[in-house]
Design a protein around this ligand. Structure first.
Ligand SMILES: Nc1ncnc2c1ncn2[C@@H]1O[C@H](COP(=O)(O)OP(=O)(O)OP(=O)(O)O)[C@@H](O)[C@H]1O
Ligand SMILES: [Mg+2]
Length: 337
């Protein structure tokens, strides 16, 4: 397999807060190939958004990020002390890595028109001259399926619906022609048919441009349907990555199995995921178990609490961090094929 587009190892994040240190991410590791779609899933608070923000160098100064390896294409994104190199990130953001955020309306500039914001991306990241940038901005407005491009060009965020804002965000994220798109809950708050259209749009544009995508979602069924591979997070730890096709009866981590049991075929899965037994541990604790799922896991023993299980290959492109993985062939769920 060729060198990965994105290679993350030992990604750790802690926040300094007035009430102490929050140990959010713990040694997150994964790779992404060019053109690959990865679904990053987990309950609310499991660290999906901060992983994306840490990867993009977008956390504020209270977030302390460290990593063993952080590479994008042939760029090393760490400074000499294992922290992300702000200047190296700056050069990639927008141009090589595009973002769609959890709340599009807030991510759009309230006072600047859609056309203005798009033209800026096109000028800064693609070096287009103003007249060309204007034509290209109109073309992007059309490409993301907004009607009447000339009118939308002059619109502000407050004049657009949630779905329209999301489309503008997608245009802004893709106009710089990145190689990686990170989309954080891109369809939260949209009605079901708009959700499907927005996801189809992302998938279509990604396929056309051989764009790698990280789709962050609560919704395991949706991730399995839309992504070739799934990465499962629990309480700031990545516990398993596996091809979507193996989810149905190949999931090896007890937490992935629990998520699957809590994911009916077509449920409002935010509620469904809440039905996983127990709650996420308090990340301000100094005595967090090595496996942060240990206190919710029926298989856990003293070793799970004491010593982190290494990421171990189960099969091709399938790895799990667990001392007691479930063996393949034990079907566990009612997930749509
Ligand atoms: N600026 C911050 N300061 C302190 N803690 C933070 C900060 N931002 C996030 N956290 C904590 O980091 C953890 C992970 O948060 P994150 O927003 O990444 O979760 P998530 O998986 O994206 O959840 P959701 O599905 O609700 O979007 C949470 O415990 C959260 O409280
Ligand atoms: Mg989030």
């Amino acid at each position: 397999m060729s060198a990965p587009l994105l290679d993350v190892d030992g990604l750790t994040l802690a926040f300094d807060t007035p009430s102490g240190v929050v140990h959010v991410l713990d040694k997150v590791a994964f790779t992404l190939q060019a053109g690959e779609t990865l679904g990053l899933v987990g309950e609310s608070g499991s660290g999906k958004s901060v992983t994306a923000l840490a990867l993009a160098g977008l956390l504020d100064a209270r977030g302390r990020v460290q990593a063993r390896r952080l590479r994008f294409q042939d760029h090393d994104l760490l400074d000499g002390h294992g922290a992300p190199d702000a200047a190296a990130w700056q050069a990639l953001r927008g141009r090589r890595i595009g973002f769609v955020f959890q709340s599009p309306r807030r991510a759009l500039h309230p006072l600047r028109t859609v056309g203005d914001q798009l033209q800026q991306v096109l000028r800064v990241h693609r070096g287009l001259k103003p007249a060309v940038a204007r034509q290209e901005a109109l073309a992007w407005i059309d490409r993301v399926g907004l009607d009447d491009p000339a009118r939308r060009f002059n619109a502000h965020a407050h004049e657009l619906s949630g779905g329209q804002c999301q489309r503008v965000m997608i245009a802004l994220a893709l106009a710089g022609e990145p190689d990686l798109l990170i989309a954080d809950e891109p369809t939260t708050g949209l009605d079901v048919s708009t959700q499907a259209r927005v996801l189809d749009l992302i998938a279509g544009l990604a396929a056309e441009r051989h764009l790698a995508t990280i789709l962050i979602t609560h919704d395991l069924a949706l991730a399995a349907q839309r992504c070739a591979r799934i990465a499962v997070m629990h309480a700031g730890q990545l516990v398993e990555t596996l091809p979507s096709a193996r989810l149905r009866d190949g999931a090896a981590h007890p937490y992935t199995r629990q998520l699957l049991r809590a994911t009916p075929q077509s449920a409002p899965t935010l509620a469904a995921l809440r039905s996983v037994d127990g709650t996420l541990p308090d990340l301000t604790r100094d005595d967090l178990p090595a496996c942060r799922f240990a206190e919710r896991c029926e298989k856990a023993d003293a070793r799970c609490r004491r010593q982190a299980a290494p990421f171990t290959p189960v099969e091709s492109r399938h790895t799990v961090a667990c001392w007691h993985p479930v063996h393949a062939g034990q079907p566990s769920l009612a997930l749509a094929a």
